[in-house]
Design a protein around this ligand. Sequence first.
Ligand code: HMG
Length: 401
Amino acid sequence: MEIGIDKIGFYAPHLFLDMNKLAVERNVEPAKFTIGIGQEKMAVPPITQDSVTLAANAALNILDEEDQEKIDVVLFGTETGIDHSKSGAVYVHRLLGINPNARAVEVKQACYGATAAIQMAKGHIALNPESRVLVLGSDIARYGLNTGGEATQGAGAVAMIISAEPRVMAFEGPSAYLTDDIMDFWRPVYSDKAMVDGKFSNEQYISFFSKVWEQYKKKTDLTLADFEAICFHLPYTKMGKKALRAVIDETSEAVQERLMENYQVSTQYNRNVGNIYTGSLYLSLLSLLEEKAELAEGSLVGLFSYGSGAVGEFFAGRLQPNYRKHLFTEQHQELFVSRKEISVEEYEEIFEETLPSDGRSIELDIHEDPAAICLSGIKEHSRQYINKQRDVSTWKGEESR
Ligand code: HMG
């Protein structure tokens, strides 16, 4: 039985910041951000979007009624969880109207969470071939204004339906994985911004990639030449290139050229969104599939997942016959063109506007946010969410206020 990605969707908030303008404001050469780091635009989440709404918006447009009925597990990978106890998956489950006879759980290990969720989904489907599992990777990357990590912020979510007989990509062969307790990037529970040892995190990323790649070759006897493309977790788009360069000499010039060319394509969406942590690798896969029209069916694509702290994994998937027909390319391109640019001043204001942390209730204005699913406030310590497409009466009530 083949198991893999049957559908894959993406959502980013409607606001973005031009990295050239951020560079000027920070007295940095724009080329450092756009070439040295490799980021063009950074998605900026309004206060009415959190990891739950981003995930729900990413899934909303790819689910049909049959999915709502057949999904029996919701796995929510995030490191921007909204509650120490209750999982984001339970909120998303309700917002999307998924069958009540489902499991719903949050999975955490920095950017690796969605990959862990995929591996769990594979096990569940192997035992329950009729099942569909909704895997979400949703995050808001925050380092702080004027920090070294600022240029690598972002926000967004990827939603995938994992099933048997998948129509987009079937996972193939074993994985190679590695865990080591290191402090390259982390976020203590009292902080809404990440702590990071930037240089060390870059070194560890490359070292983890090299190690799992070595292990993968031993397990599978495959070489770089077997892959049409390799997609990477992309904290910024230069990062995967550095890792790929560390091993690229193992192969012929023609294969090097192919892998580098496809790498560039796989960074296109990420370059315009920024780091979305758990969803980042899958956004890169989406970029490759939707931006490269001539990518052949049957191609093998390598996937490198890295979550600081740290866990790394290399695995692979094969593109299915007619996979292109099952993508939501137009919807995603529409999302990119409909975004609105904001100034550095507006970005800083939005960045500083945070939800109360002292238990106060708050009502938020959701009219400016075009997303279907929004956070409308906090009442008695409970986040209030609205699905504008479904909760019509509540939404109209909002409008008449
Ligand atoms: P920095 O110190 O400001 O940048 O921080 P730099 O001085 O290292 O420069 C960056 C690159 O720009 C260099 O290229 C420069 O040469 C180049 P490189 O040597 O790296 O190839 N450069 C220029 N290029 C063209 N024209 C110019 C110019 N000037 C300089 N004029 C850093 C960069 C990434 C460290 C920082 O942004 C940071 O700390 N970011 C956050 C941490 C991070 O993203 N780490 C990545 C690996 S860890 C990971 O992926 C996990 C993570 O996603 C979290 C999770 O798992 O949950 C972060």
